[in-house]
Design a protein around this ligand. Sequence first.
Ligand code: GLU
Ligand code: MG
Length: 435
Amino acid sequence: MGHPDLRAEGVAIVAGSVTDLAGVTRAKYVPASRLDAFARSGMGVSPSWSVFCVDSGIAFTPTIGVAGDLRIRIDPDDLRVVEHGVAWAPGSLNDQYGRPAPLCTRTLLARYERAAADRGLDVRMGGELECTMLSADGGPATTDAWSPYGIRTSLDRSAFLVDLATTAERAGLPVEQLHTEYGHDQLEISLAPDTPVAAADAVILARIVLSRAAARHGLRISFSPVPFEGAAGNGAHLHLSLSDGDGPLLSGGDGPRGLRAGGAAAIAGVLDTLPDLIGLYAGSAVSALRLKPGNWAGATACWGLENREAAVRFIAATPGNPHGANMELKLIDPSANPYLAAAGFLGSALRGIDRSLDLPEEIPENPAQSGVPTRPLPLAQRDALDAMETSAAAAELLTPDIVAALVAVRRYECTTFGDMPPAQICDALRLAWTC
Ligand code: GLU
Ligand code: MG
């Protein structure tokens, strides 16, 4: 999509954002007349932008301190009008010479996109965003009973939903569907599949559009994995499909559920690194509260056709699924940086293909009742971080620099929130990931 005519659209300021390792999106702005500078030299930010924490703390590391400077750069072709007078584009982090910064997660994902292309693979990814509507003061938005997927609970919010759809269309955000979800005040939108970086950009754009449309209707939006203790969790599931010159890898073969050999190895690759990367996919101080059996959060290290309790839900190619066969990584929650989550997911799939990993047996029913043993996952935050810090696979997939900074940012959360009762942590982080 070419960039909008900023003058004709009444745009006064242009935002360029980066999402940090705590999953928080931060931005700098220029007056619209300075767009060229944002694209060419970029806007300065301190290296600490990569190790800011959920609550404004900074997790300095031996290599990231108070000295140095980086640049956020945007591509004017990525600009979208997100609010009256405001255009936004996703930024990449560069050094002052225009080279990618080692901690730029968008650049890492672009690298996997190229690595797939080098193997002759076309990749499509698509995000689902679950979130929770809050009142303006941050409490529950709806005081009467909730009806999951209810026509009442959605029509009660139709002015907001109409504004959301209109703003999304104007911003070129490809919303596929939206509904009120199972949890009280919970909402979901799903996005059309796209190339990996574009799909992760769309997740950030969707968070902005959702948060801002909600604000115009007296609501706030929580992207916390668990906004209230005991409430349904918010997932940030990602879908992934791969094709080569002979067609899709996840259908048309003679493996289980019609998988081709490469498709089976790709799923095996994703399952293989779950213990190493759960600290990335669901690594915040509240993430483990969501990862319980029965929550459909995919907290079990297995795969299965349309299995909502499996970490990897396999979706077959059927007439009811126009996008073709794909795998959905349900474990991911919205505290994860979507670029890094997508990089870990795609990188693991490619690693599985490169190593021709064997696909474990499918678990077609609720894993809690299947009796088939699965690999235990380090669900608790401290355990997930210990596993990631010592994992050769995590270092290989994410780079040692990113693993070190991610562990520092999340360990800060262990220290700050680890001794609080769960309800208090949920309260403290309810708006941490709101855009
Ligand atoms: N809310 C669930 C989660 O935390 C997902 C429910 C669903 O399958 O849509 O991931
Ligand atoms: Mg859902």
